[in-house]
Design a protein around this ligand. Sequence first.
Ligand code: F3S
Length: 394
Amino acid sequence: MYLTKDEERLLAGEKGEVLERMFRLLVKLGEIYGAEKMIPISSVQVAGVSYKSIDDPGMEFLEDIASKGEKVKVLTYLNPAGMDLEDWREIGFPEDFAEKQMRIMSAFKKMGVVVTATCTPYLAGNLPRFREHIAWSESSAVSFSNSVISARTNREGGPSALAAALCGVTPDYGLHRDENRSPDMVIKVDADLKYNADFGLLGYHVGKLVKNKKPYYQGIKDANTDHLKALGAAMAASGAVALYYIENLTPEAHLQDTDELDIIEVDAADLKETKKALNTGEEPDIVILGCPHASLREIGDLAERVKGKSLKKPLWICTSRVMSEAAERMGYKDIIEGAGGRIVADTCCVVSPIERMGYSTTAVNSGKAAKYLPGFCNQKVIFENVDDLVRRLV
Ligand code: F3S
């Protein structure tokens, strides 16, 4: 692997022990995947932030790195933490958990990381440009940035993303290279897609079929950015899709040659089957929306749906702090809270300890949440669209 003089000095430890360790990790990755050089990146998004996911060893690793005084070189955001970083006590997050979570956030802050914790950084001030190289780790955000923005990123692990942030470069392999970005098959969709939940079902079904391949969709007539983030998140969860194309909708779809590709057909019956398989619960203890983190439009739509109502069960909509503050200004927060629901910032249903908070059946409209809630949070799942979910609450 070709290294510049400066990079050779990093590897030789001339710029300190932390950078040597971090750069060595990037070189190893590059060697494994056949990279010929490092490339500069413009932003990073680091996963492995919740205390629930990384526990004491992860927290101590971050505190150790932070104590050495090294700072990130590019704009670096974080994936959701394990709790709302401001209102955690009021919402009922456990005290011992909160103490550890705060230590993790302090360590990141010491490294110069922006301590906003969200899986939709592109809605919260970290928006890459078309064809810009970045190193992100949250799978739904990787899918969104590769597919909807046409930026370039591999699906980084937490440590490799942190290493990229501290060194400002990433190895040039995988989805950073144009020759690896061609679609592998065509997915022909014959189904009405209206709700986020419909896109989540489609993504879940296709992700299971195509695993880590790159699908090219035909037949999706329209989709807004909320639909696309739901589709990408589900595909990345049930499979490991990091890049997809939609004919006439995503930026580089028209450049792809699909003539020789196999075709997989998906229709309404497939989505119905998928929905049936995802539903394992009967009555929800709580309804949680905002996976991936809700946009302002989604929060506003929910406010409209629950306005003046009195909800019988807890309702959360998870989002970034930035969206939560905008929602407060727009009066959405008052409306949702007036009905008995909550806007919960900085965290999500999967990485927060909901199983310790007395919930055992969670209702969602997200394919990704439906996939992870049973294993990560010991939850039974109800999967429905937002209208059906709200209907259950009133
Ligand atoms: Fe985001 Fe959590 Fe879903 S990280 S994509 S809200 S599981």
